[in-house]
Design a protein around this ligand. Structure first.
Ligand code: ADP
Length: 163
């Protein structure tokens, strides 16, 4: 199968995201991790920082590249000629959201399919927001994110505490 898009906020990328990306990269010839520039969420990292962290985290995987997009995910997928959008499913709450989004996307652009990979057991309860909260409180996140993200979180939180 040609190539797929794995879209998300990646604020920041976690080992859960990486696991999905690695597995998707073994199914598809190529994978584009697409970082959404302005999600309706409180962001900790800028779009440039989120992209840089993803790039560093996937540096050892040759068939993954990183891009950014704004606007509708399905339109972006259509623009770059991707037929598949990859998403990760952790729990029933993810399912409700993804199911609804997939139907809306399908209505907008029927030729683009959404394929969901199940989160690995060890990453089921891992989310970017939990990582940010733990790091802000000075807790350890070394087994939740790649080392480059751990360093970035430490740097952000150090400057915040200095303020
Ligand atoms: P979005 O704002 O689009 O949900 P996220 O960066 O939060 O962006 O997540 C991107 C995708 O990765 C989503 O499909 C999400 O369900 C999935 N995901 C997030 N965390 C994990 C994890 N720990 N394991 C597997 N998939 C995950």
């Amino acid at each position: 199968m040609a190539f797929a898009v794995y879209p998300g906020s990646f604020d920041p990328i976690t080992l859960g995201h990486l696991d999905i990306a690695r597995r998707a990269a073994t199914i598809f010839d190529d994978l584009v991790i697409a970082v959404y520039d302005r999600p309706l969420k409180n962001l900790l990292f800028s779009i440039e920082q989120r992209v840089a962290l993803v790039k560093e985290a996937i540096a050892d995987i040759p068939n993954i590249r990183v891009d950014t997009y704004s606007g509708l995910t399905v339109e972006y997928a259509g623009q770059i000629g991707a037929r598949v959008i990859v998403r990760g499913l952790r729990a029933a709450t993810d399912f409700e959201h993804e199911f609804q989004m997939a139907h809306i996307n399908h209505r907008l652009l029927p030729q683009v399919e959404v394929i969901c990979l199940m989160a690995s057991e060890e990453h089921t309860f891992l989310s970017s927001s939990a990582v940010k909260e733990i790091a802000a409180l000075g807790g350890p996140v070394g087994d939740m994110v790649p080392p480059v993200v751990e360093r970035a979180l430490r740097a952000v939180n150090a400057t915040r505490r200095d303020r």
